[in-house]
Design a protein around this ligand. Structure first.
Ligand code: 5GP
Ligand code: ZN
Length: 111
């Protein structure tokens, strides 16, 4: 499967790694949209939030348990977590990922 985030997860494409363990990886977004912009992904390929099931949700739980620690590694305490699900919502990479965004340019509005 030609999935860029699977290649980042297996190390065949380099990334600005922030955090890694057996299940998940966090790396800096290549095109940051805020002063701090990182992505957290499961190493296992899940296409989007719509692909979350009882079989793989332990990894998603693990992502959210690790986000506070990852935020500390990023040096932020206030941040936004976003996952675009589907092309119509702005998803361009079809491998589940959670954006962590932080910085003075974040407005109060979500859209
Ligand atoms: P989406 O639009 O699917 O919610 O978010 C995909 C994100 O992945 C975008 O913010 C984009 O900049 C980032 N991205 C796409 N390709 C790469 C890559 O090869 N490396 C890194 N670090 N980020 C990427
Ligand atoms: Zn993938």
């Amino acid at each position: 499967m030609d999935c860029i985030f699977c290649k980042i997860a297996d190390g065949s494409i380099p990334s600005g790694k922030v955090y890694e363990d057996d299940l998940i990886l966090c790396f800096k977004d290549i095109n940051p949209q805020a002063e701090v912009h990182a992505l957290v992904i499961p190493k296992q390929h899940i296409a989007s939030v719509n692909g979350i099931t009882a079989e793989n949700s332990d990894t998603v739980k693990h992502i959210f348990e690790k986000i506070p620690e990852i935020a500390k590694l990023l040096g932020v305490n206030d941040y936004r977590v976003i996952s675009n699900c589907g092309e119509g919502a702005g998803q361009t990479v079809m491998h589940l990922h959670f954006h962590i965004l932080s910085g003075s340019n974040l407005g109060e509005r979500l859209v």
